[in-house]
Write a protein that binds this ligand. Sequence first.
Ligand SMILES: [Ca+2]
Ligand SMILES: [Ca+2]
Ligand SMILES: [Ca+2]
Ligand SMILES: [Ca+2]
Length: 361
Amino acid sequence: MKTNKLNITSRGLFKTGLSVALAASVGLATQANAAGTPSGTTILNTVTLDYSVNNINQDDVTADVDFLVGNKVDLTVTANDAAAVSVTPGATTTALAFEIQNDGNTLQDFVLSAANTAGGPVSVGSTSYTDNADMGTTFTYYLDDGDDIFDANSDTLITYVDELAPDASVTVFLVVDAPSTLSDDQYAGIQLNVTTHDGGAASSQGAETTASTGAFDRTVVQTVLADAGTDGVESTTSVYHVVSANIFIAKDVTVKSDPINGTTNPKAIPGAIVTYTIIVENRGTVDATDITISDNINAITGIKDDTVANLTVNYTGAGTVDSSATDAGLVNVTITTIASTDGTDGSGNDYLTITFDAEIE
Ligand SMILES: [Ca+2]
Ligand SMILES: [Ca+2]
Ligand SMILES: [Ca+2]
Ligand SMILES: [Ca+2]
């Protein structure tokens, strides 16, 4: 006859009454399925030998052996965003979301690091993009408070995930500055690296978890790195999509009249009236707001002071246009909004022209 016993060290659960053990073990059994038997569990096996002498049954003889279940390290790191995350140049609080799951059978700490990906294809989920930009290099991480929404006030700034139980997972946000030099429609990939560390103490980062070397020792909790690459490190990528206004501006000049030729083939001689034309268009994917266009005509050598006239703004888009020629020398045009590109250059609600006249000195 042979019996097997399962004792879990540091837990009194299975030593308590049957009804209590059954009720409590439902949740435990579900939780323990994927990761397997928790590390540190003592598995005790007793062999029993029954025999007789001269047909008289003798006392059973037994022998025990036990061993400790080892630490099988495994983890999964996934990007939570379904597609590239839009970011504005200069933004400092745009987050990427990741899920970190402890697939091992031991409570662990998981240390976070990240880097920009350097060109080429980069994916978030099943969507691939071409990396052609970099974000900043200072990465910060936040542990989500459970609502799956990044909020620097309610989520917790961390450098590692502390004490993640077997089969448990957490949502972590990565935040990095978007340089102001980024331009519309660029993509910047980020690789998040998660390194397995010992749980150590709560609120304290344990040492990096390493594989046990040498022969099996049934009295020691030995460690095997069971993740891909057997290094205790898993990584994944996510992607920022830079979205911005892309303001095109150009300036041109024609001669309207001169004192000799009038308006017939006039030339740019002293006393002539010139017409300046300024073209502005938003060729980017996001509205531009609070636009101010200023042109200090009185500061131009060769143009007579205070001769600006016929200031005209042609704009069919939404938003307020305010224009003035203060002291007839300083052209100021302010516009509340220029819409994102309509895909056609030189026309549309994303396009405006400013014209005004001035006299050559
Ligand atoms: Ca890059
Ligand atoms: Ca949150
Ligand atoms: Ca810890
Ligand atoms: Ca257009």
